[in-house]
Design a protein around this ligand. Structure first.
Ligand SMILES: C[S@@+](CC[C@H](N)C(=O)[O-])C[C@H]1O[C@@H](n2cnc3c(N)ncnc32)[C@H](O)[C@@H]1O
Length: 187
């Protein structure tokens, strides 16, 4: 069943293959997801309290309701997501090109919540199959990074509107944009 016209689909990013030595990269993927309109981030198959602490601290200061979960097996996350009528999008350099194909049109036309799956090192071959991903989307067909692919995907999905969102909720601080200097107000 599609979402109603006035109901905004929710996007959650699932990160597979976190390495503790790359802790900053996983944090950056989660921060990118949060800043560009995703509702949550799941670190699959493992836990890393340092990453959670970083993300929770940012959300606590800068607001919004961003869900951070870790430790669940990726297979279960995908299965539950689909059972709850969501679609899955695997971001991969080998997928359908986000610019030259109509894949984003099809993702949006599904009108469902989206679980975005990103890897780190080489992902299991099964990620490409129908049993895991409804769509394999390439942010250009050159290899780059999970961080940039999440950013571009979300920006295309929300059509840039996420960049003007106010982060409501328990916001403590807010940046006042200006041409020069830094202005932050307590709210
Ligand atoms: C550093 S890349 C991994 C590359 C790895 N050597 C491979 O062959 O899959 C980490 C993740 O970034 C994402 N990624 C990298 N380039 C991408 C692209 N052009 N489009 C979409 N996602 C991409 C994928 O999710 C990938 O699993």
């Amino acid at each position: 069943m599609k979402k109603k016209a006035d109901e905004k689909p929710k996007v959650v990013v699932l990160r597979w293959g976190h390495r503790h030595r790359d802790q900053r990269l996983t944090s950056h993927v989660a921060l990118t997801a949060r800043a560009l309109g995703a509702s949550g981030f799941i670190l699959a198959d493992m836990t890393d309290p340092k990453v959670k602490e970083t993300i929770d601290k940012v959300t606590d200061s800068w607001g919004g309701d961003f869900l951070f979960e870790m430790g669940q097996p990726w297979k279960k996350v995908v299965k539950d997501w689909r059972k709850n009528n969501g679609v899955t999008v695997h971001l991969t350099a080998y997928g359908e090109n986000i610019q030259t194909s109509d894949v984003m049109k099809r993702v949006r036309a599904a009108g469902k919540d989206v679980l975005v799956i990103v890897g780190s090192q080489k992902v299991p071959a099964g990620f490409f199959s129908e049993s895991v991903s409804d769509f394999n989307v390439a942010v250009g067909n050159q290899p780059h990074s999970e961080c940039s692919s999440v950013a571009v995907f979300l920006d295309r999905f929300f059509e840039g509107k996420e960049l003007s969102e106010d982060f409501l909720g328990n916001t403590k601080k807010k940046i006042v944009p200006q041409a020069r200097g830094k202005r932050v107000v307590e709210v």
